[in-house]
Design a protein around this ligand. Structure first.
Ligand code: ADP
Ligand code: F6P
Length: 457
């Protein structure tokens, strides 16, 4: 018997973090902010894992959202989440910047867990409900769900890049993944290139016909298109105007020793983010004297992430070694050129950091979008601040006025970081005004509305 939810989000994680025994807090981030009002309006529900292994929780309500936890055992966390999602798909979809692990045991767990999510959705969805499946952890769910509930309208959005055929074809389960996604009526990507990679692969691997954005699958038409995700511009824009944030930004600069230039990196500690490349460039600028001692401080905030996955452990060791070297060789008593924090921060502190930073350094080797770049711009109503942005971030399509870099080119990165530090106020405000116009028009609300309008059209 069908359920009663007319709108469903299905994502690997629920949009809440646990803060006590039975206490939850809404997770920060644009996706939740954009979707929560839709859930509230449409008697919707959110299906996802609550973050702890081996624990079965009943559905509960939080902040106007109905939440349905999907349990994962310790072993499934290891094989489905850390394994197939983050040791196979994550590196494969990010240009193979780390070597993907291909293992049948991981694949079996991925399939099993996807089936569990699909069954949970099939059970609670009302007749003809709209179901929006999120991200690479759940690419088989659309087809599994369609089989159980052909009456549903199913959308899928991939938050990470979709790779070109030459890389995707490595995957032993490439057919199954494409067929999984084709269970949706609309498959959304961050960039037009992702959508065309997918469409071409459907033609080449599955022999399907297509025309522009439409793929013909038996008696159905599946649309594949780009919907670049964004941030809640107005929320950040008002937050940084609050006196406590302005005061905290000034205090941060003071705590850093009032350098002329504060450079900032904010990322999950992930090997796709190019943290090592930006530190290398900064270290060399100090060593060769292009940046004078005490002139600039580089603050690198690195959120702990996927800490049991081997590549992430290796990355942490290598970044921490690099920070130690730069500070050891270029620092002085009471003066450390790199301030590295392996911690998560609240919204207010992040906003104050964005406001305190003269140069935001965003140098991923490959990134679906990169929301940090858009958050920084949203926070700079003063039209000061420079954004250094990798060509390989999805955000590069929309943020052409940033100081663009190829993060693999260390000399180029050094030159661009210096240009950003030495830019005139006129140049900075011209660039920032145009970046802000773009992000404020195409915010996360616009993203959710255009996706859902296309899905329901
Ligand atoms: P990804 O989705 O790969 O992590 P994005 O840049 O698109 O990369 O999004 C990262 C999100 O996580 C942003 O909203 C950013 O503000 C947040 N974030 C990053 N680092 C931290 C941190 N140390 N503390 C709190 N939030 C963080
Ligand atoms: O954007 C990619 C992504 O994996 C999201 O799906 C997720 O919300 C975020 O990065 C953090 O990753 P994780 O859930 O593995 O901590």
């Amino acid at each position: 018997m069908p359920g009663s939810s007319s709108f469903l989000i299905v994502a690997n994680r629920l949009p809440v973090d646990r803060v006590g025994e039975d206490m939850w807090r809404r997770s920060p981030g644009g996706l939740v902010t954009a979707i929560a009002p839709v859930l509230q309006r449409r008697e919707g529900a959110w299906i996802g894992w609550h973050g702890a292994p081996d624990e079965q929780l009943d559905p509960f309500d939080h902040d106007g959202m109905h939440l349905i936890p999907v349990p994962l055992s310790e072993r499934e966390v290891e094989l489905y989440y850390e394994g197939f999602s983050n040791a196979t798909l994550w590196p494969l979809y990010h240009d193979v910047v780390a070597t993907p692990v291909y293992s049948r045991v991981l694949w079996d767990a991925y399939r099993l867990v996807n089936q569990r999510f699909a069954e949970a959705a099939a059970e609670v969805a009302a007749p003809d409900a709209v179901v929006w499946v999120q991200d690479y952890q759940l690419q088989l769910v659309p087809a599994m769900l369609r089989k159980l509930r052909p009456d549903l309208r199913i959308g899928f959005f991939l938050h990470i890049p979709f790779p070109p055929g030459e890389l995707f074809q490595q995957l032993p389960w490439r057919r199954e993944l494409l067929e999984g996604l084709l269970g949706a009526d609309l498959v959304g990507f961050q960039r037009p290139g992702g959508a065309s990679n997918f469409i071409r692969l459907c033609r080449k691997t599955l022999g399907l016909q297509y025309q522009k954005h439409e793929i013909y699958v038996e008696d159905r038409v599946v649309r594949a298109e780009a919907f670049p995700i964004s941030v809640d511009f107005s929320e950040l824009d008002s937050l940084v105007r609050e006196p406590h944030i302005i005061a905290r930004a000034a205090e941060i600069r003071q705590e850093l020793g009032d350098p002329e230039q504060v450079l900032l990196g904010v990322d999950r500690l992930d090997y796709t983010k190019g943290i090592g490349q930006r530190l290398k460039a900064f270290g060399e600028l100090l060593a060769e004297g292009s940046i004078k001692p005490g002139e600039a401080v580089f603050v690198q905030i690195a959120t702990p992430s996927r800490e049991r996955v081997e590549e992430y452990m290796r990355l942490r060791d290598s970044i921490e070694l690099q920070v130690g070297r730069i500070n050891g060789e270029q620092g002085d008593l009471g003066q450390q050129p790199v301030q590295y924090m392996h911690q998560s921060y609240g919204r207010d502190e992040l906003a104050a950091l964005y406001l305190a930073a003269d140069v935001m350094v965003v140098t991923p080797l490959r990134d679906g979008m990169n929301l940090v770049a858009k958050e920084y711009v949203s926070c700079r109503h003063d039209l000061r601040g420079a954004l250094v942005l990798s060509e390989f971030a999805g955000a590069a399509d929309e943020m052409k006025q940033a100081f663009m870099v190829n993060p693999y080119d260390i000399d180029g990165l050094k030159r661009t970081m210096l240009s950003a530090m030495r830019a005139t106020p006129h140049d900075l405000s011209r660039r920032m005004r145009s970046l802000r116009r773009r992000v404020s028009t195409y915010d996360v609300d616009h993203w959710a509305k255009t996706f859902l309008a296309a899905l329901e059209a």
